[in-house]
Ligand binder design. Structure first.
Ligand code: SAM
Length: 218
């Protein structure tokens, strides 16, 4: 089963309890990731690794129902901003933030993350996308100041060695295990990294190579 189909299956099965309407076909690039929530146990661990405090500004790229930003605000008092391409999800995020009493700390923006002017003062960045989408975010991530914590649920950042990785049991039947990858800026690409030959169309490495910063001396 390819990655998109697997995700679509999870989308229906893991998240059907929410009010989101999954019956509509996705009207966008099929290589882009649909809405599947990060299990709360994974959200909690992703944030724990970042050691957040109330000075932090958390950015979730493709924020779904807003749970990462809302948890960071509720548990640690962080300000946060989430972007999602789907207007219905942005409405849901705002509703959820209000229900959890953190609407003054958080903001949700309906925009394509590759077209938005993303906040360069973010101090924590989270994502649950696809490897090719992660890679396309590298030019932005490389503009962030040093020491920004970056956490990815499930997928690696192609070509960038993680500082920590963990496989966790989720307690969710259909997604029993999940990997978390932890990075800190500056995030430099390994000059010897070669895009995986089995998924070349998913990693448009050559298209963005000129925009990337690499470890010196490759
Ligand atoms: C796998 S879900 C993750 C949701 C949330 N971050 C979480 O971990 O629970 C990915 C989200 O990214 C959004 N998304 C996909 N492509 C996007 C794009 N180009 N710009 C903004 N959001 C996007 C989807 O609508 C979906 O809600």
């Amino acid at each position: 089963m390819n990655r998109s189909l697997a995700f679509l299956g999870l989308l229906c099965l893991v998240s059907c309890s929410s009010e989101y309407d999954y019956s509509k076909p996705l009207d966008r690039d099929p290589r882009e990731v649909p809405f599947v929530t990060t299990p709360q146990v994974i959200v909690d661990r992703m944030l724990e690794w970042c050691e957040p405090n109330s000075d932090d500004y958390v950015l979730d790229l493709g924020c779904g129902d807003g749970r990462i930003i809302i948890t960071a605000a509720k548990k640690y008092g962080c300000r946060g901003i989430g972007y999602d391409i789907d207007p219905k999800l942005i409405n849901l995020c705002r509703k959820n933030a209000k229900r959890e009493g953190v609407e003054d700390l958080v903001e949700f923006v309906q925009q394509d993350i590759y077209e938005a002017e993303l906040p360069t003062d973010a101090t924590i960045v989270t994502m649950y996308l696809y490897p090719n989408m992660n890679l396309r975010l590298m030019p932005f991530l490389q503009t962030l100041k040093d020491g920004v914590r970056v956490v990815s649920h499930r997928w690696e950042m192609p070509g960038v060695p993680e500082l920590k990785k963990e496989k966790l049991t989720t307690g969710v039947k259909l997604l029993p295990e999940a990997d978390i990858y932890f990075f800190k800026t500056p995030m430099l690409v390994d000059p010897n990294w070669v895009p995986p030959p089995n998924e070349p169309e998913e990693v448009d490495f050559n298209k963005i190579k000129d925009k990337l910063k690499f470890f010196p001396g490759g």
